[in-house]
Write a protein that binds this ligand. Structure first.
Ligand code: NI
Length: 247
């Protein structure tokens, strides 16, 4: 991240506030939990994945997925959301308001998802409340050695970030980013993807809050929750939330 305090690195400061954060949360699920999830998924009924994409994305989406209304998808989706709702880094980074239930994707040999941007508004079937997609998430449900290719490539201001995580790890990135899944050339890549509407719409404000919260957490560990400066800084965090959050 850009450090603004030195004064001597003005070239780097040009990017301040424009860099969208890509956040990796390791080990959201343990190896044994992933094995359990996978045993349900591998036995499930997979369909052509292009049916749920928007019209531009449909042209470039080649993979398989579970039907949104399948019982397996709904039950595993609930497990994922319940787990993440209690995951402090996820909550701090996302400040979720509404979460679109996870969809389960499988990329077999030859499958790919070309360059696209995710639909801005999504509806859960049967629910009239729109969900604006502020953040996109991918939960990896297989290990990197299980397949060749299949990297999630996210375009940001510094170029492209190539992401291929361990089973059980999650990546969270702004839905405003163009992204792609490169072709799988061997094996199969299984993952869950979902979107969420954040209480804080602006990537920049949300990222500022995340950094502030992380600092408050580490100062709390160092100085204790009752330290004057910790209390003050905590107050600043909550007052910014009050200004910036929609509920
Ligand atoms: Ni996408």
């Amino acid at each position: 991240r850009v450090n603004n305090s030195g004064g001597g690195n003005s070239a780097a400061v040009l990017f301040q506030g424009e860099v969208d954060m890509i956040i990796v949360i390791p080990a959201v699920f343990s190896a044994s939990e992933v094995t359990k999830i996978r045993s349900h998924l591998d036995a499930a009924d997979w369909q052509d994945g292009s049916t749920t994409a928007g019209s531009q994305a449909q042209q470039v989406k080649h993979n398989q997925q579970l039907a949104l209304d399948s019982k397996v998808a709904q039950q595993l989706g609930d497990v994922i959301i319940n787990t993440l709702s209690q995951q402090p880094t996820f909550v701090s980074a996302a400040l979720p308001l509404r979460i679109f239930p996870p969809m389960f994707n499988r990329y077999c040999t030859g499958d790919t998802y070309g360059l696209h941007v995710d639909n801005a508004i999504r509806y859960v079937p049967g629910n009239p409340t729109p969900i604006r997609t502020d953040l996109s998430a991918t939960l990896f449900l297989c290990d990197p050695q299980d397949y060749e290719g299949g990297e999630l490539v996210i375009e940001d201001n510094f170029g492209s970030q190539r992401i291929k995580l361990n089973a059980g790890d999650l990546v969270l990135y702004p839905s405003t980013s163009l992204h792609t899944v490169t072709p799988v050339s061997d094996g199969a890549r299984t993952c869950a993807v979902f979107w969420l509407q954040s209480m804080v719409r602006s990537n920049q404000q949300r990222e500022t809050l995340f950094e502030l919260d992380q600092s408050v957490q580490s100062l709390t560990a160092e100085l204790g929750a009752g330290h004057d400066d910790v209390v003050r800084l905590s107050g600043v965090y909550h007052n910014l939330i009050r200004q910036w959050a929609d509920t």
